[in-house]
Write a protein that binds this ligand. Structure first.
Ligand SMILES: [Zn+2]
Ligand SMILES: [Zn+2]
Length: 350
């Protein structure tokens, strides 16, 4: 089992990001990432640049819709027509074109310091047939956290980790609701990197450079074999892992989440997170935290915590079918444990 960190939802200078694909690849490599997903607004202009650069697999998708109901679409060769009034149509068009997608920053809130409080939430519920959703979006999270100007400035300059408390609770609930109802919905963490540069005339202030933001909220894919050196094979590996939910998100600012694993095992096989399997006697769920001494493992069934362990690993025999997922909290020296890792569920069905 191999875990590879990647960063999803990046804007380049093909839309409103500040850097080229080359600069993004360089920054990703410096941050130790193995893949990135570039998703510019309503353009696939970066597509010819898909390749392995600086050891990083570059995937180019697109962020569809503009005013609200943003949809991150991947694995497309042609641009899809937007539809803000009926975003279900966008989801379906992406699927028909052979792609797949994630609902971007579904419950985004506006900031009084940006675009006069404008936010870009997903407006139409329920929708179906989407592959997944952004459970935690770094840039969007900042946009919605503004107790006061002073506090925001303090966080920005001195304690950025403190601004990232947890993914939106109502969004976690919605995700659990979908999966408990039998829909397979893959959660990802994303950066929504723009590496914007504020020009104050006498000084230019970069806001969250690519290099910085690539060490914050990452999505790790789990593969049964090593990632390939061949671009097309590597792209398929990343795409298949994201489609099948063989991935988890980690708030790497606390600590890199690379050593995490969550899988089911029986006498016949091993099943990665995101998998569905039939309930039978003899299934064991295995949870492994990336670090000693810092981790609290929480196993959840249908969104409810059923087991907590302040250990590095935990084996659990599920007593019946259910949607099982894992959260790992990071123990800090002072203060409350911090949400750190969110796995995708294992679906044990009847
Ligand atoms: Zn967006
Ligand atoms: Zn975006």
């Amino acid at each position: 089992m191999y875990n590879y960190p990647g960063n999803i939802h990046i804007h380049s200078n093909y839309s409103d990001g500040s850097g080229s694909v080359e600069q993004i690849a360089e920054s990703a490599s410096a941050a130790g990432l193995m893949f990135v997903v570039i998703s510019d607004h309503e353009t696939l202009a970066g597509l010819p640049e898909e390749s392995i650069r600086h050891g990083v697999v570059i995937l180019v998708g697109v962020e569809l819709n503009r005013l609200h109901s943003h949809y991150l679409a991947l694995d497309l060769t042609q641009l899809i027509e937007p539809d803000e009034d009926n975003p279900q149509r966008v989801i379906d068009r992406v699927n028909e074109a052979g792609g797949f997608g994630f609902i971007a920053h579904p419950f985004e809130k506006g900031s009084p310091y940006l675009e006069k409080g404008k936010a870009y939430p997903w407006k139409t519920w329920p929708v179906f047939r989407f592959n997944g959703l952004e459970l935690w979006n770094y840039t969007s999270h900042w946009r919605g956290r503004h107790p006061s100007a002073l506090k925001t400035l303090y966080w920005f300059f001195f304690n950025r980790k403190a601004a990232m408390d947890n993914p939106p609770r109502e969004l976690i609930e919605l995700w659990d609701c979908y999966t408990s109802a039998g829909h397979r919905v893959t959660a990802i963490g994303s950066s929504d990197a723009h590496a914007s540069i504020y020009n104050l005339g006498f000084i230019k202030i970069p806001i969250f450079t690519y290099r910085y933001i690539f060490s914050t909220l990452n999505t790790y894919i789990t593969l049964p074999e090593k990632i390939s050196n061949n671009y097309q094979t590597a792209k398929r590996q990343v795409v298949d892992a994201l489609i099948n939910g063989h991935c988890y998100l980690s708030f790497d600012s606390l600590a890199p989440g690379g050593g995490f694993s969550f899988y089911a095992e029986d006498s016949r096989d091993v099943y990665f997170m995101g998998s569905a399997l039939q309930y039978r006697q003899g299934i064991t769920l295995h949870l492994n935290a990336p670090r000693k001494n810092n981790s609290i493992l929480r196993l959840l069934k249908h969104g409810r915590v059923i087991r907590t362990a302040e250990e590095t690993s935990l084996a659990f025999s599920p007593g019946g079918p259910g949607v099982y997922r894992v959260e790992v909290y990071y123990k800090t020296r002072f203060g409350r444990p911090r949400p750190w890792i969110y796995s995708n569920p294992i679906y044990i069905v009847n």
